[in-house]
Design a protein around this ligand. Structure first.
Ligand code: PML
Length: 248
């Protein structure tokens, strides 16, 4: 039996009631791993780099195993740029050679930067025009129900390749699920952790780590999913929110 466990943490009360989101995480685990992982996620909320949470919500529910999709992890590439500007120039080159127009990228970044407050979910943007295609407001589309099929094995494998850390592991799982949706062409992600300046772009079967995409101390981040112009937002949202994906 598998369980989905999700943690959301905020300061100043529940995020929905005006609190400020600081941390979130999700895993899919077996029954015997559930108690230990719950404790680890609460620990993480209490010791976040943005401060100690005063609102923590753990949501745990059993998963229907017959509906699980198994998806191979994206292959990982890394580029260290010499400056934020240089990293953006590389991101632009990668995205524009993989189906996202320059207009769409600039418009997507503009939309991300002009949100009133940090978004927990992603902006869904037309890959040709950059126009926003979801109507989820400041919440954005929150990808859920995904994990490594075998977390220890996967983490050891990536560690041997020099890819370590919880940000990388969680982002690779999320990006793999996102690109497994046929509607998605590419993703651009900037971490909202002020202590973490590495982000990524994903396209084809590649997760391309890239940094620095911001200066240290900057809390602004976010995700943009660039999608096919004529896709169904309802189908995409349903897949990304509700279908369980285990990354192999
Ligand atoms: C986030 O903070 O949610 C995004 C993390 C991006 C990780 C990039 C990497 O190190 O591969």
């Amino acid at each position: 039996m598998y369980y989905s466990i999700r943690m959301r943490a905020a300061q100043g009360g529940a995020h929905e009631k005006g609190g400020h989101h600081i941390s979130g995480a999700e895993r899919i685990v077996t029954k015997d791993q559930l108690e230990q992982l719950s404790a680890e996620l609460v620990h993480r909320a209490l010791h976040h780099s943005k401060g100690c949470a005063d609102f923590i919500r753990l949501t745990i529910d059993a998963i229907d195993e017959t509906g699980i999709h198994y998806v191979p992890a994206l292959s990982v590439k890394t580029t260290h740029a010499t400056s934020v500007e240089a990293a953006y120039a590389i991101a632009q080159k990668l995205l524009t050679t993989h189906g996202v127009t320059e207009t769409a990228l600039q418009q997507g970044l503009h939309l991300l930067r002009t949100q009133k407050e940090a978004m927990r979910g992603a902006l869904i943007c037309n890959a040709l025009t950059g126009d926003r295609m979801d109507n989820l407001g400041n919440r954005g589309l929150r990808v859920s129900r995904m994990a490594f099929a075998n977390e220890n094995k996967a983490c050891q494998y990536f560690q041997e390749q020099g890819h370590t850390g919880i940000h990388f592991q969680e982002a690779l799982v999320l990006a793999t699920k996102v690109l497994s949706a046929p509607q998605v062409i590419s993703e651009f992600c900037i971490s909202d952790d002020p202590d973490y300046t590495t982000g990524y772009v994903s396209y084809g079967h590649t997760y391309h780590r890239l940094g620095p995409l911001k200066e240290f101390g900057d809390e602004r981040g976010g995700r943009i999913f660039f999608v096919q112009p004529n896709m169904s937002i309802d189908d995409l949202q349903n897949y990304l929110e509700n279908t369980t994906v285990l990354v192999t």
